[in-house]
Design a protein around this ligand. Structure first.
Ligand code: ATR
Length: 270
């Protein structure tokens, strides 16, 4: 890959950021279609400052991750309607110096779920109430799932549940009520804490579809346990690649090389 004065800079803003595979995935995609772009990871303590800097340096697009998906809403110039309704964004496009916020997590997650299950009339339990949970909850609700939110801190669960008019419970109550689809949206189980899981192993049963949005490791403790007892499992790479493919298409206007993106992520996880 050659870099010159025409090279377009993209990146991801988060903290911590060392676990991210977004640079691997997006640089593989740029190279595959010969797009003059480069994508870097930025560990950011000052989000407002980073966005002002991104504009000043004319970065063309950004991904936004933990812990900034909600905070970034107030810092972009324009917000897509769906991102506003979800209450979180993970994608920014710089259009002539104006930052536009979008959410590709929600359609990305729904595409990953659609590979293995349907949502309509299913009892769906979402663990977590942060930015990623908002994207999933919005998608599940839109597709007619019956949704329950479980979170460690109850006020955050209450807030999200009231926006969507769904039920909420303390995390420790997971398992008291039957569910068909369980989705972990918390960072519990992410490298280096790969032995941890957000729910107790005995709360799983073989009829559940279990999805984890953590993609590093590929098979989290939750997915290992679910697989062991015979559940259908959905790993975090599916959602990660689909949300990234949508970002790529919004930034470049070119159809995303999805298979190459997935392969680059799986290779990096080996
Ligand atoms: P993101 O934007 O990726 O969703 P976030 O907004 O910081 O990140 O949300 C993280 C979610 O993971 C929250 O629901 C958080 O629970 P709290 O609201 O109680 O903080 C959840 N989470 C993080 N670490 C957790 C842990 N060790 N146990 C249970 N839940 C955890």
């Amino acid at each position: 890959m050659k870099f010159d004065s025409k090279t377009r800079l993209y990146g991801i803003l988060g903290d911590p950021i060392s676990h991210t595979l977004s640079p691997v995935m997006h640089n593989a995609a740029f190279a595959a279609v010969n797009y003059p772009g480069v994508y870097l990871a930025f560990e950011v303590k000052d989000l407002a400052g980073a966005l002002t800097g991104a504009k000043a340096l004319d970065l063309k697009g950004l991904s936004v991750t933990i812990p900034y998906k909600v905070k970034a809403l107030d810092l972009v110039d324009k917000l897509d309607d769906t991102a506003r309704r979800i209450g979180a964004l993970n994608t920014i496009i710089n259009r002539n110096g104006n930052l536009y916020g979008f959410n590709s997590d929600s359609p990305g997650a729904m595409a990953a779920l659609a590979e293995k299950t349907t949502i309509k009339d299913k009892n769906v339990a979402i663990i977590g109430a942060g930015g990623a949970a908002r994207a999933l909850a919005y998608g599940v609700k839109s597709q007619g799932g019956s949704l329950s939110i479980y979170n460690r801190s109850l006020p955050k669960a209450r807030q999200l549940a009231s926006e969507l008019d769904v039920s909420f419970f303390p995390l420790l109550e997971f398992g008291n009520k039957q569910c068909d689809i369980l989705i972990n949206t918390t960072s519990v189980g992410m490298t280096p804490n790969y032995d941890n899981m957000a729910v107790a192993p005995q709360t799983l049963n073989k009829n559940m579809v279990v999805m984890d949005i953590v993609y590093n490791p590929l098979k989290t403790a939750l997915l290992k346990q679910a697989d062991k007892i015979g559940c259908v499992i959905i790993d975090g790479v599916s959602m990660f690649v689909y949300q990234g493919a949508l970002q790529f298409e919004m930034w470049t206007g070119i159809k995303a090389p999805v298979d190459i993106m997935r392969e680059s992520v799986l290779n990096a996880l080996k």
